[in-house]
Structures are given as structure tokens and as C-alpha cells.
Design a protein around this ligand. Structure first.
Ligand SMILES: *Cc1c(COP(=O)(O)O)cnc(C)c1O
Length: 235
């Protein structure tokens, strides 16, 4: 995609977020856009970073690490949003500001151990499997969510910020909103139980952005509507 077209699509998404926020009585500045760049080139990321996009989301550890090295001069804010194996925690801890996909206890200690002292604590969002889909990662019950949250809270090098979810695909706004509402209520329940402020709700992608914003998303993760369709891995 030509640079000008990419920038235009990115601006269009920003406008969409702004309009959606206004429509749902939200402060547009309370919603952060993560540009999901998986399978797209480091050059496409550079184009948007030069245009002012700060945060990018990646799903694969090696792909994120390679892009981060290539683009080190740009001070990009990397968000890891994909499934993580425990033997790859070091790369996420060293590269990302935030992990959206923490979903099991086994990842907690290695992420904390490898978080460099020179960086602020790694921001953590816990992934919840809100529609109980077997194909998706994330905790499915409140008990395991609490255990996971407490394990993260016990680590000085991790900072628990909220929840992330990828609901089942639906093109119906009411269905989309019902799923996101469940995520918000779960966040409220968890915050109350742990007596903790959990400000972040990472929810909403290209196809359900408006519903997520209506239900309180503070972070939206948009790939296709910015970069176009994903064909094959770049790296
Ligand atoms: C790929 C991906 C996205 C972006 O999805 P689009 O539909 O392309 O906007 C968002 N979140 C996660 C976790 C992803 O894996």
C-alpha cells in the first residue's frame, strides 16, 4: 500500500474513534489506538510512526523483536497481544511496554524476572475468554482470573492494568455490545474484589470498534482497517 493511502486509512480510523466516542458520550482522549501490524512490514510501521502513531501491536514474539530492532531509533511503544509461550517471556519483557494476553500463572514469574530494571514495570492486561470459545486463549472463570491477578500484583516488575478480550465474531451491534459489557462488568467485579483500580479495557478491533467504545474500551486494537488484509507472515 502506498504511504499516502496508509496514512489516510489511519486518519480515517482516528476519526472513527473520535466520532464513536462523541456518540457514546466518551472523552475521545480516553481511548488509545494500537495499530496492529502483524504480518505487515517494518516500513509500513515506520510510515505511521513518522506520521505520529506511537503504539503498535504484534502477535508473534520473533516478529515483534525483529521489527523492534529494525525500528529502534523510532521509540515505538510495542504491545504484545498474541499467545505467549513461557520460553519466550524474556523477549516480551525486554521489548514491550504492555502485554495484553497474559492468561496463565506460568507466565507471571518469567515476565517479572526478565523485565529490565532500566524500564518501568511491564503493564499487564489479563486476557479473558468471554464467550468460552475453545479456539481462544484467556481465562474462563472468575476464580482463575483472581488467582492470576493476585500473582501479577505480587510482582514488583509487573503492573496490573486491566482486561483484554476478543469476543466471538458477530456482525450484530447488540450482540457485540453484550459481550463487551460482560468484560467491563468482570473488570469491575475484579477491581472490587482486589480493592484495586483497573483502568484499562483492551477491546474492539476493525469489525467491532463502535460497540467496544460504547461499552468503555480504553484501548482499541485495529489491524485490517489500517493496514489492509493480512496475507502471509513477513518475517
Ligand atoms: C490481529 C488482531 C487484532 C486486529 O484485528 P483486525 O480485525 O485486523 O483489526 C486485534 N487484536 C488481536 C489480539 C489480534 O490478534
Amino acid at each position: 500500500m502506498a504511504d499516502a493511502q496508509l496514512i489516510e486509512r489511519w486518519q480515517h480510523i482516528q476519526e472513527k474513534i473520535y466520532q464513536s466516542a462523541i456518540r457514546h458520550q466518551r472523552d475521545p482522549n480516553s481511548i488509545k489506538l494500537i495499530a496492529v501490524s502483524k504480518f505487515h512490514s517494518a516500513e509500513a510501521i515506520r510510515t505511521l510512526a513518522d506520521a505520529g502513531q506511537k503504539s503498535f501491536g504484534e502477535n508473534y514474539v520473533q516478529e515483534m523483536t525483529e521489527k523492534a530492532q529494525k525500528l529502534a531509533a523510532l521509540n515505538i511503544d510495542w504491545h504484545f497481544i498474541g499467545p505467549l509461550q513461557s520460553n519466550k517471556c524474556q523477549w516480551v519483557a525486554e521489548t514491550a511496554s504492555t502485554i495484553h494476553s497474559l492468561d496463565r500463572l506460568k507466565l507471571v514469574a518469567p515476565l517479572a524476572r526478565y523485565r529490565p530494571q532500566t524500564l518501568p514495570p511491564l503493564a499487564v492486561l489479563l486476557q479473558v475468554n468471554i464467550d468460552y470459545e475453545t479456539s481462544k486463549a484467556g481465562t474462563t472463570d472468575f476464580e482463575s482470573l483472581c488467582q492470576l491477578a493476585q500473582a501479577v500484583m505480587a510482582q514488583e516488575r509487573l503492573s496490573l492494568q486491566g482486561l483484554m478480550a476478543i469476543p466471538a465474531i458477530s456482525s450484530d451491534m447488540a450482540t457485540q455490545r453484550a459481550a463487551f459489557e460482560k468484560v467491563r462488568l468482570l473488570r469491575n467485579q475484579l477491581a472490587e474484589k482486589l480493592n484495586l483500580n483497573l483502568p484499562e479495557l483492551s477491546m474492539g478491533m476493525s469489525s467491532d470498534l463502535d460497540a467496544a467504545i460504547a461499552e468503555g474500551a480504553t484501548i482499541v486494537r485495529v489491524g485490517t482497517d489500517i493496514f489492509g488484509r493480512r496475507i502471509t507472515p513477513v518475517t
